[in-house]
Design a protein around this ligand. Structure first.
Ligand code: G3H
Length: 502
């Protein structure tokens, strides 16, 4: 159970502690932040409201700890990450329980998130050993006018302190996707979890504590964005920010100093369906892509662009599948669960009402109870409707009928987002041409968008983000290049035979 057994030291009465300098602490603010259960809409947990002074202390410890961590052999860093991965997987039940209560993630998906996170950390440890154990060696005579008098040894070195800010929808998985690469590369890590999901993240952080990482290397601060949000992202002790979330990321990138940024800021992933597509495959992927975790995934299918000639058939198949989705509490492992907050539900409702007023066809009746919104497919959506462009982050999916693939590509590219997209067709040549034409970081051919497997590159164009994620890219992003140039007194060529005069 959450906050018990090995996790009992992270809880003080009814408030979860924050993690600083290798210890679980109460904030001197004496204040806490309530986490509302999206299903009951009552306070489920409380976390510390950390102060700016406490953030300063965390930054100081992170800076000191990083210096010796960077001198810890790579194999030892990897070994500790493997240990943390095993502990995380061992304690999947209490962490998953937090995900169910804090973010209404269906019970099975909650367990999957924790297991996937353990696997991600293990893979990161292995990949770190592989790619950080290798450098480059350049010689000068490949550049015009140079003799072979300079040898350049190139290696990857850590950045320093990495600030990780994951979103509510994957508070564990998208935290470890930042923590693992940062640590294996020799950085220290300060985690600011989202408020909804903070308790799951604190449990996850405790697994790293149990693994025995040096004190100060990992910290986890909780609190109000208004008090410590900007303070953290603009802190002079931060050498890199990895953020996943909404357009707050745009504001962060404008305020952050001259440091590397990794940002994933959502999407409006288009699903283009051509006439020759396998319509059963299309329907299955639209439902999985559009409605899993109630559409609260940045990679959810967020607009279907279907050729008019097959639109009726696609709608019919999707409707039949939507009718089978179970709706209810996450504890019952329902497909559709309450969205994360009342304000989110209100926003989704606003998009639905705008579409209704402008004449969209409702394939199901619109139904909402509290934060629970029943799955809804909106047909005949037109570009003048907000839902054609905005990201609902809920179980509401617009369908736009198109008369040519070009029309679909045009709609996709007119979006200010460019995360992922997908195209369904049996013609692989056409699929590749469409993929090339779509201005998104990834295009899936004959499958719904998805970030995983977690070692694949993951990146957004335009307002969807900066940089690329995926394990390998994240490790590289959290390092910088260091070169040492050996200047020889005269040209030297490796002959391998004979003797040269020195
Ligand atoms: O919500 C954003 C996530 O990066 C999406 O991940 O494709 O594994 O659901 P996912």
């Amino acid at each position: 159970m959450a906050g018990t057994g090995v996790f009992s030291q992270i809880l003080d009465g009814e408030v979860y502690k924050y993690y600083s300098d290798g210890e679980w602490k109460k904030s001197s603010s004496g204040k806490s932040v309530a986490i509302i259960n999206p299903t009951t809409r009552k306070t489920q947990y409380k976390v510390q409201a950390c102060t700016q002074e406490e953030v300063n202390k965390v930054m100081e410890s992170a800076k000191i700890a990083q210096k010796s961590w960077a001198k810890t052999p790579l194999w030892k860093r990897a070994e500790l990450l493997h240990k943390a991965a095993a502990i995380l997987k061992k304690h999947k039940a209490p962490i998953a329980e937090c995900l169910v209560k804090e973010i209404a993630k269906p019970a099975k998906d909650a367990v999957t998130e924790v297991v996937r996170s353990g696997d991600l950390v293990s893979y990161t440890a292995e990949e770190g050993v592989r790619i950080l154990g290798e450098g480059k060696f350049l010689v000068s005579d490949s550049f015009a006018g140079n003799e072979r008098t300079k040898y350049c040894l190139i290696s990857k070195i850590p950045l320093g302190v990495v600030l990780a800010i994951p979103p509510f929808n994957y508070p564990v998985n998208l935290a470890v996707s930042k923590i693992g690469p940062a640590l294996v590369a020799g950085n220290s890590l300060v985690l600011k979890p989202p408020t909804q999901g903070a308790v799951a993240a604190l449990h996850m952080a405790h697994c790293f504590h149990l693994a025995g990482f040096p004190k100060g290397l990992i910290s986890c601060v909780t609190g109000k964005g208004s008090e410590i949000g900007d303070f953290l992202t603009m802190h002079s002790g931060v050498n890199c920010i990895s953020f996943t979330g909404g357009d707050t990321g745009i504001a962060i990138s404008k305020k952050a100093g001259m440091i590397p940024l990794q940002m994933e800021l959502g999407g409006k992933d288009a699903c283009i369906v051509l006439e020759d597509a396998d319509l059963d495959l299309v329907a299955a992927n639209i439902v999985k892509g559009g409605f899993s975790y109630s559409g609260q995934r940045c990679t959810a299918v967020k607009v279907v662009l279907v050729m008019e000639s097959v639109a009726d058939a696609v709608i019919k198949k999707v409707k039949a599948k939507v009718a089978k989705l179970t709706v209810g509490p996450p504890e019952d492992d329902c497909d559709i669960t309450p969205v994360v907050s009342e304000s989110s539900a209100n926003f989704i409702e606003g998009l639905v009402m705008d579409a209704k007023q402008k004449g969209a066809t409702f394939c199901q009746e619109y139904k909402r109870e509290g934060n629970l919104i029943w799955p809804l497919l909106l047909d005949n959506v037109r570009p003048d409707m907000r839902i054609a462009w905005e990201e609902p982050f809920g179980p509401v999916l617009p369908v736009i009928r198109i008369n040519s693939p070009e029309e679909g590509i045009h709609h996709c590219n007119a979006s200010n987002f460019g995360l992922q997209g997908c195209v369904f067709t049996k013609d692989i040549n056409k699929a590749v041409l469409i993929s090339d034409a779509m201005e998104t970081g990834t295009v899936q051919i004959n499958s719904a968008p998805a970030r995983g497997p977690d070692h694949f590159p993951f990146q957004g164009l335009k307002d969807s983000g900066i940089g690329s994620q995926g394990i390998t890219n994240s490790i590289n992003m959290m390092t910088k290049i260091k070169s040492t140039v050996i200047n020889l007194p005269s040209s030297s060529y490796t002959m391998g035979n004979g003797r040269s005069k020195l």
